[in-house]
Design a protein around this ligand. Sequence first.
Ligand SMILES: Nc1ncnc2c1ncn2[C@@H]1O[C@H](COP(=O)(O)OP(=O)(O)OP(=O)(O)O)[C@@H](O)[C@H]1O
Ligand SMILES: [Mg+2]
Length: 309
Amino acid sequence: MSGDALVAADVRKVYRPRNASPVEALSGVSLSIAEGQRVALLGRNGAGKTTFLRIASTLLAPTSGRVEVFGKDAIASPESVRPFIAVVPQEGKPFFHLTPREQAYTYLRARGFSRGTAKDRTESALAQMGLTEVADRLSITLSGGQRQRVMVATVIATEAPLLFLDEPTIGMDPFARREVWESLRNLTRKGSTLLLTTHYLDEAETLSQRVYIIDRGKLLAAGTAEELKQSMGGTLRVSVTGGRAILPELGTFGPTVQDGESVHVVTDPSRVQELLALAMRAKLPATVGPVSLEEAFLRVVGRSIDDES
Ligand SMILES: Nc1ncnc2c1ncn2[C@@H]1O[C@H](COP(=O)(O)OP(=O)(O)OP(=O)(O)O)[C@@H](O)[C@H]1O
Ligand SMILES: [Mg+2]
């Protein structure tokens, strides 16, 4: 019978840096992840993703709140939870003096796998991550994306029941990212559960079955990517560059979200012609596309996920 792999209730974290004011990184986060699910925490820089992931994976103590992993108390007895989890930390790096093959194998042996299993799993994970050709080079000689692949391969090889991945595909090329997504899907088909953080909207959408949008330490929305998009109330998006100048008129076509100087209007297909004509009269370039997670994110958070300001 399957239940919840992770339950977090009202998790709060206040960092108290020396010589600076306290930072409330999480203000009461509650969520649960069913066994076998792939879940993404999506949020801007500083939203609290890493803080949540570190707390849920027993690496950091919360200020208050409760975390259970497969029904065990992860805060009171982290050691009882650790055999069931594996973590790819944000900006983690493989040991520079080990090769990818040694790194994965050593890690598996340290987790208690037999020599034979560790060897088989290592070879399979290296192949899945496209690392076979560089498997015997010292990690210090690898590129940034290759090093990140080594980190993911090592954790995938554990086939742990609950995997935490903090920005797993950062620095990877589009092909490598797809390989990671495929390997992670395979793992959940075998029964593993996945919590990843990302600020790639496409990663959240393609890979995860449930998306939580987090901002300033609070969960603001949850659902499948499809549900989040449907909540926008239309199927098409018309993006008008410089649309802020005619915002009131655009607003008559449906919900609008601002993205810098651009305005995305979510509307019904039957009104697109009329909307494009309006943009043309105002001499503003406009494009049409399906509603994406980006509009949902903009509406919920108020700013684009890659807005630096
Ligand atoms: N050790 C720390 N001491 C003080 N403040 C911290 C500490 N770690 C994180 N913070 C602050 O807590 C907030 C949340 O940080 P966190 O690393 O969880 O964000 P994030 O969503 O993972 O961001 P990113 O996308 O940049 O990785 C930020 O305001 C950050 O500056
Ligand atoms: Mg982070």
